[in-house]
Design a protein around this ligand. Structure first.
Ligand SMILES: NC(=O)c1ccc[n+]([C@@H]2O[C@H](COP(=O)([O-])OP(=O)(O)OC[C@H]3O[C@@H](n4cnc5c(N)ncnc54)[C@H](OP(=O)(O)O)[C@@H]3O)[C@@H](O)[C@H]2O)c1
Length: 308
């Protein structure tokens, strides 16, 4: 068993604070490797897998769970609704269970707030209008989609429900109608994008933040302060950044295909409070994974609509 700390969500469910990410490029070669590296993550102590239907990695996650021999109830499984499935949440959720080969998930996330039009097929591409803009659904909004999430929660097939890529603005809109407050909001979060306003808001509402792109990639690994602290604590720069999240009570889902880096990412130093504060000072509001385009658009919505 791993020594990863557990965090209690607002519904009382415990989640391991560190999970393995599972996004992979959608090529035959990359996808064929996924089961192998999720399996080594489980063998090396991870008990939390973050997948999504649109990553195409749900089947590999399910196979890795079964091959690991670890009892299902000891592994926390998160998956997400594709952005073009807000019109068909119940059907899409059943597809995710089928892909995973599981009869429940621990956490089901609304992957993006903006509802992309659905073409009825099983792809996750962005439908386009004649002018080249992304086609949004005119049949659904995220408040309505959340009602379907709440039905899934009440059915017991998801132990918890949450959101991803929501801002203070979109969370406020969601909470005008939500019966169940999301347990988590999974967002891009790292020392160059500390999201302090969102953190304060989520703290007040009992929503735990989950960081994606928790490392901040090579950009943050090369930051002089992160490098200096890695020498002080005799770790790698990546471990310093991940330890900073844990010190701030954030759930993280770092992804690595390498056994050595998987082990590093769950073996973290405890940072002194002064070092946490120094890393807080690196914030520069920089998105490294999902940044808006030159027109301020992000997958069909403006940054104003997203509240970014
Ligand atoms: N909700 C969303 O919209 C959303 C968006 C993006 C991502 N996610 C989730 O978040 C997960 C993680 O996000 P991410 O992949 O963007 O960020 P990340 O986990 O911070 O970075 C992954 C990259 O860092 C490398 N790496 C991992 N550990 C390392 C270490 N100890 N030292 C040096 N390099 C290391 C990995 O390479 P190797 O594999 O070669 O080690 C990989 O290239 C995804 O897999 C996915 O599950 C969610």
């Amino acid at each position: 068993m791993s020594n990863v700390p557990q965090i209690k969500l607002n519904n009382g469910v415990l989640i391991p604070a560190i999970g393995t990410g599972s996004w992979a490029p959608n090529t035959v070669e990359e996808q064929s490797k996924v089961k192998g590296w999720i399996l080594t993550a489980l063998q090396n102590g991870y008990r939390h897998i973050d997948t999504a239907q649109s990553y195409y990695t749900e089947p590999a996650a399910g196979q890795a769970i079964r091959e690991s021999g670890i009892p299902r109830e000891q592994i926390f499984v998160t998956t997400k609704l594709p952005w073009n499935h807000q019109e068909c949440v119940a059907q899409s959720f059943e597809q995710s269970l089928k892909n995973l080969g599981l009869d429940y998930v621990d956490l089901y996330l609304l992957h993006w707030p903006q509802p992309i039009a659905h073409d009825g097929g099983d792809g996750y591409g962005l439908l386009k209008n004649a002018d080249g803009s992304i086609k949004l659904s005119d049949k659904i909004n995220f408040n309505q989609a959340w009602v379907e999430f709440e039905k899934i929660l009440e059915s017991g097939k998801a132990r918890s429900i949450g959101v991803s890529n929501f801002s203070v603005k979109t969370l406020e809109q969601l909470l005008t109608t939500a019966k169940h407050v999301p347990v988590t909001n999974q967002v891009e979060l790292h020392p160059y994008l500390a999201q302090e306003d969102l953190r304060k808001y989520c703290d007040q509402k009992g929503i735990t933040l989950t960081a994606y792109t928790p490392s901040g990639y090579a950009t943050v690994r090369a930051d002089p302060l992160i490098v200096e602290l890695s020498k002080k604590y005799s770790t790698t720069p990546n471990q310093i950044t991940l330890a900073w999240h844990i010190a701030r009570g954030t759930i993280i889902v770092p992804k690595s295909e390498s056994v050595e880096r998987q082990k590093q990412n769950i073996t973290l130093p405890t940072l002194e409070a002064t070092d946490v504060a120094k890393i807080n000072g690196l914030d520069r509001g920089e998105r490294l994974c999902n940044a808006p385009d030159a027109n301020g658009m992000m997958y069909g919505w403006t940054v104003e609509q997203l509240g970014w």
